[in-house]
Structure formats: C-alpha cells, structure tokens
Design a protein. Structure first.
Length: 473
C-alpha cells in the first residue's frame, strides 16, 4: 500500500510517496514563488496549484492507495459557499491582529479563561484574533461563507467536503480543547455560528478524491483522502514521540518544541500552548524566527551572494566572537508572546564579518528555542530524550550548537521530513494498514553529544542574549 503525502508548509509545497513496507519511494518539493507569497500572507489557490504540481511529480509511476494532507497550524481564509477564496490566506506569521490581541490581554481574567478553554495564548498568531481584527477592518460574512485553514481549503478542493481535522482546529482559538468542538461562547463573541466553519472530524476520517483532481494528479478517482493535520502534530507522530518523556524539536521556517500528554496540560498561568494531536494532546512552545531569519540575511542583507551552505562554512571558520542577534524579525511567540517585538543585531563591531553575523543568527534562533525549553520544562518536566528534525538537520554546525546550548544529547531523526512521515502514518491507520499512529516505526537516529567546553561558552553568550532580550522590546 502506498500513501501520497501532500504538505503545504509555510514556504514550500512538498510531496512524498510512502510505502506500507516502511520505505520512502520518492520526495519532491518546490518553494512558493511570486508576488502572491510572503511568510505572512499567501494566495490559497496558488498554494493548491503548487501542491498539485509536486504531488503529480512524486506519484508518477506508483500505484497510490490514499492521500494524506499536512499543513501548518493557525492559518485563516474566508471562502464563499462554492469554496472560492474571498481573501488571501493569513498564516501564523501574520501580526496584523496585534492591537486586537493586546486589547483582549488587558482583561487578565478573560485572558486566563480563554487560555484554559482553548489552550491558545492571546496572540495575533491565532485565527480567533485574526478574525476579530479583519471584522474591525470591515470584512463581513455573506450566507454560506466559511472560515477555513489552508489545509481545509485544499481538502475541499480535492474532495468537495468542507472538513477540518480536530487537531488543525485546536490551533484556531475557536475550539474548546476539552469538548473538542467549536466553542459556542467564542463563536458568539466573534458573530459566527458553527455553519461558518467546516465540519470537525478525527484522524480516522476519509473522503473520496474528486475525478477532476484525480486527473490533475494522474491518480484514480475515488481513492480515500485524509484531512489536513498540522505539521507540529504530525512531527510528533512521525518521530515516534506520542509516548511519555519524548520531546520533539523542529527547526524550519519557525521553531517549536512539544511533548505529548493523555489529557489537556494547562498551567495555571498562560505560558505554553496545548493543542490536540491524533489520540493525544500536545503541550509546547514555538518561536516565530528560525530559518526565515537565515533567508532574510542571505537574501535581503547579502543580496544572495552566498548560499546557506557557504555561509555555514564562513560561520564555522569565523570563531566565537559574535554580536547578539534577537530573532524577532517576525514578532515573538514564546516566551514573551509580544506580537510586535522587534529583532536585529546588538553589539555589532566594524570588524565583524558576514560569517560572524550569520553565526550570531544561528545562535539567536537557538537561544530563543532554549527559552522555550526552559519554560516548557519548568511548567511540565524535563524529557528523557529530545528528537530533532527540520532545517537544522542540514547544518552539522547548527546541530552541534543545538546540543551545546541545550546541554543535552540530541537524537537526529533519520529523515528531515518527520511531519510528512507522520501524515503517512495517519494514512496507513485510516486505511487499516496500521492499528494506531503510535505504532509507526521510526528508525535509529544519530545522536549528537554536547561539547562541555562549548556549553560553558554558550552559557556566557546566553546570559548576554537574555540581558539584551530584557532591554529591547
């Protein structure tokens, strides 16, 4: 049995064919290009077209038994009754709702109640606040209109069914985490009803691929399609981390750490998020700046003169003298949850080279992730193992820095695409080839051990970072 995985990530369309024999048969990906794309605002139809293109390329020549979709948490678009987009898709990185969220935060009691109901922070990342903001800007509903994620929009186009996975919906700020249903009180506050949202389904649900979409993909019409699940939850599945004591760490466009629980895990004071995962709940923390900061420096600052690989080599040869970099070019999520926090370099000297500046960015992104680690382990517990995946795996330098900064052994996932493997696991489960996503086989990963001498150096640098973080807002 072969599963075609289609993942609409923040920056690229990805496809994978995975066999029930445990083999990745083919992978394809393509970055989004054109004026329709930024990290924060994207054209949903162009994302779909990019996904169909890489999906057709990946599936060519293989019998495909089902399709499983992946995407990102916190996206929002408005579609009409025929499923046509009426707005762009606003991603997790959209901070236009910062003022709206700030006004909501002024009532501490309401902020705490909202958190304990939804597991979501009061922050512009969440579609609940995006929608309130767009309403203030004059956007209104017509009969039959629905609010969707990018993933639900793709699912509707593939199957004709308006369906949102419970896991994806749990990152919207509209879902009651405990009942796993749309929350009536929050819908009323936003002047919405359940009819304005897709139907909620769990991870075992499937619907049939439409004939026209099958023709575009070169597949058989009617094969089952699993609704879109968020890459964070899929990463936990694909990393074999649905059990106790395993933390996943992913570093891509943004960064995140997560641990699985059998029930909602919500500290008294809002500090970490908690969402639904297939059969579990995930508590965690996320950053807004990671490889997007590297791309900014390589592209907008250096004008594309060096590849990231070349910059990695320059950073490795540059030595430890670096300025402080605050990775908040796209605002801040954890730990401070300040939507409008600004980033940049502090302590730059005329003698600092591009390699040293780049190394500072690598350090700053990991320091922000380490802040998340401190918060999550303080509120929950220290994991017995940390499993890493994502863009960080492409850089041996960055991986070693990660182990040194955390002072922990880091297990590197055998595949960079842990979230796509998680989607494959859901596909195999929904089609009956596997009993549970928890049984998904994960190969042995490489273990990166911390260097004690570097650990001391990075503790000193982290103290400088924290001082700068406290001074600049």
């Amino acid at each position: 049995m072969n599963i075609l995985v289609l993942e609409a990530s923040t920056s690229s369309a990805k496809a994978m064919v995975y066999s029930s024999e445990g083999e990745i048969l083919r992978e394809h990906s393509a970055p989004y290009r054109g004026r329709e794309f930024s990290v924060a605002v994207q054209n949903p139809q162009k994302v779909l077209e990019g996904l169909l293109t890489v999906g057709k390329e990946a599936a060519e020549g293989f019998p495909i038994d089902g399709i499983s979709l992946g995407g990102t948490w916190h996206s929002l678009l408005l579609a009409d009754r025929a499923g046509r987009p009426k707005t762009d898709c606003y991603t997790w990185a959209y901070t236009g709702a910062a003022d709206t969220a700030a006004r909501f935060r002024q009532d501490e009691g309401e902020t705490v109640r909202y958190y304990h109901k939804t597991g979501c922070m009061t922050h512009s990342t969440y579609p609940f606040f995006k929608w309130l903001h767009l309403g203030e800007e004059g956007l209104s509903l017509r009969p039959g209109d629905q609010l969707m994620t990018q993933g639900a929009y793709i699912y509707y186009q593939l199957t004709g069914q308006a369906v949102e996975s419970v896991s994806m919906a749990s990152g919207s700020g509209f879902l009651n985490l405990h009942s796993r249903t749309w929350d009536g009180e929050l819908l009323e506050r936003a002047s919405l009803g359940e009819e304005n949202f897709p139907r909620l389904e769990e991870h075992t649900y499937t619907s049939s691929l439409r004939g026209d979409m099958a023709g575009i993909l070169g597949l058989q019409a009617g094969i089952p399609v699993i609704p879109a699940h968020p890459d964070g939850a899929l990463n936990q599945v694909g990393s074999g981390a649905l059990g106790d004591g395993v933390m996943t760490l992913s570093a891509g466009t943004s960064g995140a750490i997560r641990m699985a629980f059998d029930r909602p895990y919500l500290p008294v004071h809002p500090s970490i998020w908690c969402y639904c995962a297939p059969g579990k709940y995930l508590a965690g923390a996320a950053t807004s700046g990671c490889t997007n900061c590297l791309d900014w420096f390589a592209g907008q600052v250096l004008g594309g003169r060096y590849s990231l690989r070349e910059l990695d080599q320059m950073a490795e040869a540059s030595g430890p003298d670096t300025p402080v970099f605050l990775p908040f070019l796209f605002g801040e999520r954890c730990p401070g949850w300040h939507d409008s926090r600004l980033g940049g370099f502090l302590g730059v000297k005329g003698s600092h080279s591009p390699g040293q500046l780049y190394r500072a960015i690598l350090e700053g992104a990991l320091f922000n992730l380490y802040q998340c680690y401190e918060v999550l382990t303080r509120e929950a517990y220290s994991p017995r193992e940390i499993r890493a995946s994502g863009g960080v795996m492409k850089s041996p330098l960055w991986l070693q820095m990660l182990a040194d900064i955390f002072g922990r052994e880091i297990t590197v996932h055998p595949s960079e695409q842990a979230s796509m493997l998680g989607a494959a696991a859901l596909g195999l489960t929904a089609l009956g080839a596997m009993d549970s996503p928890e049984r998904f086989p994960v190969g042995e990963g490489k273990v990166i051990c911390p260097n004690p001498e570097n650990r001391v150096l990075y503790q000193e640098k982290y103290a400088r970072y924290r001082e700068s973080y406290a001074r600049v807002l």
